[in-house]
Design a protein around this ligand. Sequence first.
Ligand SMILES: C[S@@+](CC[C@H](N)C(=O)[O-])C[C@H]1O[C@@H](n2cnc3c(N)ncnc32)[C@H](O)[C@@H]1O
Length: 214
Amino acid sequence: MSAPMKLKTLQSHLQDLKGFVEPKVELEQYETPPHIAAIAIYTIQTQFESITDKLVLDAGCGPGSLAVGAALMEAATVTAIDIDSDALEVFHYNADVMEITNVDAVQCDFLESKFCRLDNYFDTVLMNPPFGTKRNAGIDMKFLHKGLQLCSDSVYSLHKSSTRSHIKKKIKEWGVEGNVIAELRYDLPATYKFHRQHSKDIAVDLWRIHHPNS
Ligand SMILES: C[S@@+](CC[C@H](N)C(=O)[O-])C[C@H]1O[C@@H](n2cnc3c(N)ncnc32)[C@H](O)[C@@H]1O
């Protein structure tokens, strides 16, 4: 299946994006590395045709590598949501620099129930959700569940590979279908002061989760 932009070109654009200025640990603010974001967007388009001409939502957009990637891949529209106004400021900066016009940014809590007015509205929901800390356990599954509510087709989401069996269990429980479409290595930089190593290499799965028959 075709893509309007080559993988290398997409990655080189995403490499130029500005990151979080002062990342907030409680919101798990770390960017998807550009090569991971590029592979994810390119794979989602070339294997499933889920980006070009589609209504796309990026849940927890941060500086926007997934949203900007989708816009560059010629999504019909991209809606980018984040709870944090500082992250959205960077997002707007990146969208301006990339001269992207088919994106809307919304500041809100993605898990808030009033967002359900948009149930099934989007074709595709993209996310690199907060993985969930001790204080915030289970937020990744809440993001996934909400994403499924808002889309008519598929959610594409990045998760630590160590959570694979838990996600499989949840998928079964929710009556939806899904599988890992790419296994990636994510070089998580030492964003926060409490990280002792410069970076931590973790295995990450790109999931496609969808309603039956879609
Ligand atoms: C792991 S970062 C991913 C950032 C970006 N999507 C990327 O891939 O580079 C998670 C993002 O989710 C946002 N976030 C955390 N909790 C949220 C919530 N309840 N509603 C909306 N956004 C949230 C954070 O501010 C952060 O930008």
